[in-house]
Design a binder for this molecule. Structure first.
Ligand SMILES: C[S@@+](CC[C@H](N)C(=O)[O-])C[C@H]1O[C@@H](n2cnc3c(N)ncnc32)[C@H](O)[C@@H]1O
Length: 240
């Protein structure tokens, strides 16, 4: 696959640290009564530590957990809840600034009595920066907001900053999974991966990135993309 030709040298517009502003919706329609109750009562109990309070102690967060996984921008939380349900001894952290998505995840956590998810309602990026190095087994960024206009490229989650952080956070052999149904964003992701020697794209043949692997359930955005005739790419990178 060729990549990079559409984004060109402007790809590195956000070299260095991320922009502090958070873009995209943080609120939609008003929460239903049960969702409001869960946000008020359950969210404080399972909230991830506030990154403003300094480095995060994962052992205190998930005592004895075999693995730790992180999902960035979990949307309605269907993928995160699925992964957490099938690996009860692992710890899962999800970050999402859209309160309606957080409320949907809380409903799943409540309905399925999931004990192993901690939620950051807010920007994933300060959280990422306060997590310890070589501590995460898998990171998911599924259908990140594409920001298709060139002048908005600096808002994209995938960036040199992001790949440097993913390389820092992942344990050796750990995995980063990125899905996108936007060809330009797929090229953008592969191009930034090329600039990160710590991470290797695992694909050996087209089917490795054109087909979703067995332990990768469909997300809401993926279903929407398929309905609208866009075929997603499923990219897996491994920490060397
Ligand atoms: C296109 S949606 C995809 C949602 C979900 N992953 C899916 O596949 O259905 C992108 C999500 O990323 C979230 N997002 C955007 N910026 C973020 C940030 N800085 N930190 C965490 N999540 C973010 C958005 O709120 C939105 O829910």
């Amino acid at each position: 696959m060729t990549f990079g030709e559409e984004v060109g040298p402007r790809a590195f517009v956000n070299d260095g640290a991320y922009l502090p502003a958070l873009y995209g919706r943080t609120k939609g329609h008003p929460l239903r009564r049960r969702q409001r109750q869960l946000v008020d009562a359950l969210l404080p109990k399972i909230a991830a530590p506030d990154p403003e309070n300094g480095p995060i102690d994962l052992e205190a967060m998930f005592p004895g957990a075999g693995r730790i996984e992180l999902e960035i921008g979990f949307g309605g939380g269907e993928h995160l809840a699925w992964q957490a349900a099938r690996a009860p001894s692992a710890g899962f952290i999800g970050a999402e600034p859209f309160i309606n998505g957080v409320a949907q995840l809380l409903q799943k956590i409540d309905a399925e009595s999931l004990q192993n998810i901690r939620v950051r309602h807010g920007d994933a990026r300060p959280l990422i920066e306060t997590l310890p190095a070589a501590a995460i087994d898998r990171i998911y960024v599924l259908h990140p907001d594409p920001w298709p206009k060139k002048r908005h490229f600096k808002r994209r989650m995938i960036s040199p900053w992001f790949f440097a952080e993913a390389g820092r956070l992942l344990k050796p052999g750990g995995e980063l999974r990125v899905a996108s149904d936007i060809p330009d964003y797929v090229r953008w992701t592969l191009m930034h991966a090329q600039g990160t020697p710590a991470l290797a794209w695992t694909a050996e043949r087209a089917s490795d990135w054109r087909e979703r692997i067995e332990d990768w359930p469909q997300t809401r955005y993926e279903a929407k993309a398929l309905r609208e005739g866009r075929r997603p790419a499923y990219l897996v990178f491994r920490r060397r």
